[in-house]
Design a protein around this ligand. Structure first.
Ligand SMILES: *Cc1c(COP(=O)(O)O)cnc(C)c1O
Length: 455
């Protein structure tokens, strides 16, 4: 037996102490980005033959490096899609790290995988998928979309083989022009074509447009992607209409709900998502609107066996795992080794209960509606469209991109909020993405005040 050294104790204590303070910090600073030159000047070299020791490395992180990393959990972080992990989820992430669990296989990570599966089953039930549905937590929505589309194409290839039909010269995936860039990226990795359809005037992809695309591209199409909450606007496609078309055509329906599918956990929002129950696969990111830390995407399949056929890696050193009867998480995505990245969400859900989750998500939707009302009531501001979920897009009348950039830089400089301009039909716009239960109407109202010329 080796006794744990005093040095190890000191290292672990100091890191846990730092983590404790950060997770329990009430007024977390937003912090300020730095250029590579600034960091090169401020951060002394830390990789040396003898090491600089934990105390100096931790001080370097706390004093120099961390202050240049924006706190995505700050209530004023409203850019992109923020992350607002619950304290339970953030704290439990440390447990996941400390436990050295290999969660790629059931054999090695049974209990962790069991708990992750319980969360996945709960989500599947909420989304109306059958009991046989199953999945895996992968790194993020990009990997989730890629894994689902790879499974979809594999299924289409197998169908062709069974029917004695040749594969098309080029495979194609159909999606809305408003779908997330990761669909395009997955298509590039898979070397398949993207048939992007302009959404209707309501911003949503509808069944009739999908039907036209399928009529034109026929057997080349192996999947249709519907978006349950676009990233820029939070728009949910007409999933029920699209699902009618994909079912008639026998084409795989994938729902990209990385950001917005969490909204379906709010009972009064369910109708907006009608049709999700027909998905062959779907994703939702816990690190976006399910209050879990980076990084995690829940990837669900209607029939996990289809994904298993597509994704299982075969190698002699893996035979013990692949020949086991249990489904291994690694068999369902393009990742092999994986951290039990669903556990922070599991612990948080188990701790607070699903009611608190529904209420926290509803907070973002309610707040977006209230801020939209406020914007409409203000002279000089124009709401671009009524928010459906928790993203509010608006314009300051007469402002150019340079005006927006300068205002955003000032907000961040004042450590009040992090907002970045977006664009709509080529016009610059402002965008608040609200997921943090600590973001208040008062804060957003103050931000709007700074747009008032008379101030
Ligand atoms: C964020 C997002 C993604 C990508 O997810 P990552 O976790 O960032 O990889 C995909 N689709 C939609 C709709 C998103 O909002």
């Amino acid at each position: 037996m080796h006794a744990v050294s005093a040095e190890s104790h000191a290292i672990v204590e100091s890191v846990l102490d730092y983590s404790r303070r950060r997770v329990l910090w009430e007024d977390v600073p937003l912090d300020v980005p730095a250029t590579p030159d600034e960091l090169a000047a401020q951060a002394p070299a830390s990789i040396t033959p003898g090491g600089i020791g934990a105390a100096r490395a931790l001080a370097l992180f706390g004093d120099v490096l961390a202050p240049t990393c924006l706190s995505t959990d700050h209530p004023g972080y409203l850019a992109f899609i923020p992350s607002a992990p619950s304290r339970a989820a953030s704290a439990f992430d440390l447990v996941v790290s400390a436990s050295s669990i290999y969660a790629g296989s059931w054999l090695e990570g049974a209990g962790a995988v069991h708990a992750e599966n319980e969360v996945l089953a709960w989500l599947a039930g909420e989304f109306g998928l059958p009991d046989s549905a199953g999945g895996v937590f992968v790194q993020g929505g990009t990997i989730g979309n890629l894994s689902a589309l790879v499974a979809a194409r594999d299924a289409a290839r197998r169908r062709n083989r069974e029917a004695g039909r040749p594969d098309p010269a080029r495979w194609a995936v159909v999606c809305s022009g408003e779908s997330h860039s990761s669909v395009e990226s997955a298509a590039a990795v898979m070397d398949v074509d993207v048939v992007g359809i302009l959404p209707d005037d309501d911003g949503r992809l509808h069944g009739h447009a999908v039907a036209e695309a399928l009529a034109e591209h026929g057997d080349a199409v192996f999947a249709v992607v519907a978006t349950a909450g676009t990233t820029n606007f939070g728009i949910v496609d007409d999933i029920a209409g699209i699902a009618r078309v994909t079912r008639d055509a026998g084409v795989w329906l994938h729902i990209d709900g990385a950001y917005g599918l969490a909204g379906m956990l709010v009972p009064r929002m369910r109708e907006a998502y009608a049709g999700v129950e027909h998905a062959d696969s779907l994703i939702v990111d816990p690190h976006k609107w399910l209050f879990a830390p980076f990084d995690a995407c829940a990837l669900l399949y209607r029939d996990p066996q289809v994904a298993r056929r597509a994704h299982t890696q075969h190698a002699s050193y893996l035979d013990t795992l692949t020949e086991a009867p249990e489904t291994n998480p690694s068999d369902l995505s393009v990742q092999l080794t994986r951290r039990a990245r669903g556990l922070p969400l599991w612990f948080s859900l188990a701790t607070y209960g699903t009611d608190e989750y529904r209420a926290a998500i509803a907070h973002g939707i309610d707040l977006a509606g209230r801020v939209a009302d406020e914007i409409e009531s203000r002279e000089g501001l124009t709401l671009v469209r009524r928010p459906q979920l928790s993203v509010v897009v608006f314009r300051k009348d007469g402002w150019t991109r340079a005006d927006y950039d300068a205002w955003c830089a000032r907000l961040l400089g004042d450590q009040r909020a992090f907002v970045v301009p977006s664009s709509h039909h080529g016009e610059p716009v402002l965008r608040f993405a609200i997921v943090n239960p600590l973001t208040t109407f008062e804060l957003l109202n103050e931000i709007l005040d700074t747009l008032d010329d008379s101030q």
